[in-house]
Design a protein around this ligand. Structure first.
Ligand code: UDX
Length: 458
């Protein structure tokens, strides 16, 4: 099928590349000229395992193109994905101005046959109908029809329907998640649009690119627009709550002398609870959980409902980030003048994303308390990325990091941190203390290397 994906961030680019790999003919549109040039030359602007290889092979077989020309994309696609960002505003609401601009632009270029417009961005509940109105405004502008109270939008002739198709991709495994989905959610009220979307996803549904091709077809969840939009928020809010829950249990474990890792295993084997997202630590971050939980609280507020549980989910997470600093205070007492080394900066491993990373709050708090903060992160060292890291000395390897430190804090569970030369690192430190903010390191190994090991809730 002919597909146009508008917006080439994580979601848009991964969607475009993966659909082209499944055999569809894809044009990706972005208004950032530099980024488009980069992609046209075969480079990916983001770090995502497997993406670059798939992108090359699709470009070689001419199933994947990049352009800044929205009109070209709209006339190419039977299915048009809106995958632009909806960053959080200071109030916690989503900023939908990019979605609005794209919807308007689509309307201005709509002509020819029937199109399905897909909301892939995480948009506030009710946005499906709103996008439809904005597209119609765009059409009206092109046709020079004035939408007034007497001439309703519905009189404007345009053949399209809007579908909500939320994504559940995790950064760092977005390609894998695309090819191995737990479910596909389609929200809309047009049978024709749902049928076209089902055809688009047929190779995924039949697990053609899945790791385990013998599994039964991927379940398709077809709903109305608002329910599909709500599914996305509810899924992320549930997962964030699950993590905040286990972190609260960890804090109680710390006080009563229990081990949260054993507790998590003990409760996770109950199939009603499930063993995933029960890893206690310094909490969740990234581009989705913080934004989506806040946006859902805000939506509830708009309807005069106080989402108390979700507010607590956020508050527990805020405090949890600082628990690493509290543990440092318990160990080192005065932090002023002490040197603290952070192992990892990104909000989780296998990504270069620093958005709402717990590290940022930890750095800010340590700096406020007068500590000197150093950090080593494999991807930050590699990319030279310095955004938002003005209060940190970024080191190029873990041993330089350890040199002269009064304590280390593991912030991100990068796999390679398990195999560091801890004995060497301990010998370089003023005081070999390790706060394991992800309960990731091997306590025995660290202790025999000379460290005092402190986990979260164990
Ligand atoms: C998440 C959702 O998983 C995905 O479905 C959605 O589309 C986007 O948001 P992502 O933000 O990429 O994906 O990261 P994820 O792997 O879910 O981790 C989120 C955060 O939670 C990370 O900071 C991670 O360190 C933390 N986390 C995760 C825990 O602290 N404990 C856990 O048990 C799991």
């Amino acid at each position: 099928m002919r597909v146009c994906v508008i917006g080439t961030g994580y979601v848009g680019l991964v969607t475009g590349v993966c659909l082209s790999h499944l055999g569809h003919d894809v044009i990706c549109v972005d208004n950032n000229e530099e980024k488009v040039k980069l992609m046209q030359s075969g480079q990916t602007p983001i770090f995502e395992p497997g993406l670059s290889e798939l992108m090359h092979s699709s470009m070689e077989s001419s199933r994947l193109h990049f352009t800044t020309d929205l009109g070209k994309g709209v006339s190419h696609g039977e299915i048009l994905f809106i995958a632009v960002g909806t960053p959080p505003l200071p109030t916690g609401e989503s900023d939908t101005r990019y979605v609005e601009a794209v919807a308007k632009g689509i309307g201005e270029h709509l002509n020819g046959g029937y199109k399905v417009i897909v909301n892939k961005s995480t948009v506030p509940i009710g946005s499906g109908d709103w996008v439809r109105m904005i597209v119609l405004d765009g059409v009206a502008e092109r046709q020079q029809v004035k939408v007034t109270a007497s001439s309703s939008r519905e009189e404007i002739s345009a053949a399209f329907d809007v579908v909500s198709n939320p994504e559940f991709l995790r950064e760092g495994s977005a390609v894998y998640d695309t090819f191995n989905p737990d479910r596909i959610v389609l929200g809309g009220n047009s049978d024709r649009a749902i049928a076209m979307m089902t055809e688009l996803y047929e190779p995924l549904i039949q697990r053609q690119a899945a790791e385990d091709k013998s599994l039964p077809p991927v379940p398709l969840v077809v709903t109305d627009l608002s329910s599909a939009e709500m599914i996305k928020y509810a899924a992320n809010a549930f997962l964030a709550t699950k993590i905040s829950f286990i972190n609260e249990v960890a804090n109680i474990c710390d006080r009563v002398g229990a081990d949260v890792t054993q507790v998590a295993r003990g409760i996770g084997l109950d199939s009603r609870i499930g063993n995933k997202f029960l890893q206690a630590g310094i909490g969740w971050g990234g581009s989705c959980f913080p934004k989506d939980v806040s946006a859902l609280v805000h939506t509830a507020d708009d309807y005069n409902y106080e989402a108390q549980l979700l507010k607590s989910t956020i508050e527990v997470n805020r405090r949890q980030r600082l628990s690493a600093v509290e543990k440092l205070q318990q160990e080192l007492k005065i932090l002023k003048g002490k040197t603290v080394g952070l192992l990892g900066l990104t909000f989780k491993p296998n990504t270069d994303d620093m958005r709402d990373a717990p590290a940022l709050d930890i750095i800010a708090q340590l700096s406020r308390l007068g500590a000197k903060v150093k950090a080593y992160d494999p991807i930050v060292a590699q990319s030279g990325m310095r955004h938002g890291l003005s209060d940190v000395i970024v080191e190029t390897d873990p041993e330089r990091l350890a040199d002269g430190c009064d304590a280390l804090v593991l912030v991100t569970d990068w796999k390679e941190f398990a195999d560091l030369d801890f004995a060497k690192m301990a010998s370089l430190m003023n005081n070999p203390v390790a706060i394991d903010g992800r309960n990731f390191l091997n306590r025995d190994k660290l202790e025999s290397a000379g460290f005092r090991y402190i986990g979260i809730g164990r």
